[in-house]
Design a protein around this ligand. Structure first.
Ligand code: SF4
Length: 212
């Protein structure tokens, strides 16, 4: 993608959706961290279904610890990889209570030191909860960045670095959501819906999918 097309690319996404939001449901930073931790290789819809039952009962690190491992598993067993996620979440809650006064820390280093929290999860929390211009490259952002030519790269980290360089500052905080939503609903893996895509004119992908 030509450099001069990047600004209008994001302007088009912004015009179509001025305030994009995460589709994970949460009301506190700890709920967000929990939902993101549970969402690896799972859908936001599936995570929301489980957390709608979990959060009214336990939405603080201490309350999750009080549930115990089996109690927690009971709430999240519909989510893929729930056993390891439950274990990581319990360990994370223990660290939050013992090292951070029960609060979610604000730095990448402290977040990534939590069990089950990798670079992507830390990026989501830093972006969504703390408004930082981080870029959590998931499968959707990886595909869209490569297909469109916006930020080609062989690994998620390479794409992340390209995006951090190429996304204009005015769009930096929200770009993560625009790209995820574009990939989830329009630029889908098997058959991109180019005929209804608002950024088609800036996108390198050829041939574009015709309207059915
Ligand atoms: S034009 Fe097609 S390939 Fe390009 S971003 Fe839109 S849906 Fe994806």
């Amino acid at each position: 993608m030509n450099k001069r097309d990047i600004e209008p690319f994001f302007a088009a996404l912004k015009a179509a959706n001025p305030s994009p939001q995460t589709e994970l449901e949460y009301t506190t930073v700890f709920e967000l961290l929990t939902a993101v931790l549970l969402s690896a290789q799972a859908t936001d819809v599936g995570v929301n279904k489980a957390t709608r039952k979990l959060f009214p009962v336990a939405n603080t690190p201490q309350a999750i610890l009080d549930l115990g491992l089996e109690g927690l598993e009971g709430y999240i067993k519909t989510i893929g990889l729930y056993r390891s996620k439950a274990k990581h979440l319990m360990q994370t809650c223990r660290m939050l209570v013992e090292l951070h006064g029960g609060q979610v820390p604000r730095t990448r280093e402290e977040l990534e030191a939590l069990p089950g929290v990798g670079r992507k999860t830390a990026n989501v929390v830093l972006n969504v909860a703390f408004g930082e211009s981080t870029m959590a490259v998931d499968t959707h952002i990886f595909r869209v960045s490569n297909r469109t030519g916006l930020a080609p790269g062989k690994t998620p980290l390479a794409v992340e670095m390209q995006l951090l360089q190429r996304v204009p500052p005015a769009y930096a905080v929200d770009s993560h959501h625009w790209l995820i939503l574009l990939g989830r609903y329009v630029c889908q893996a098997r058959k991109p819906r180019c005929w209804e895509c608002v950024v088609a004119r800036y996108c390198d992908f050829t041939p574009k999918t015709p309207a059915p």
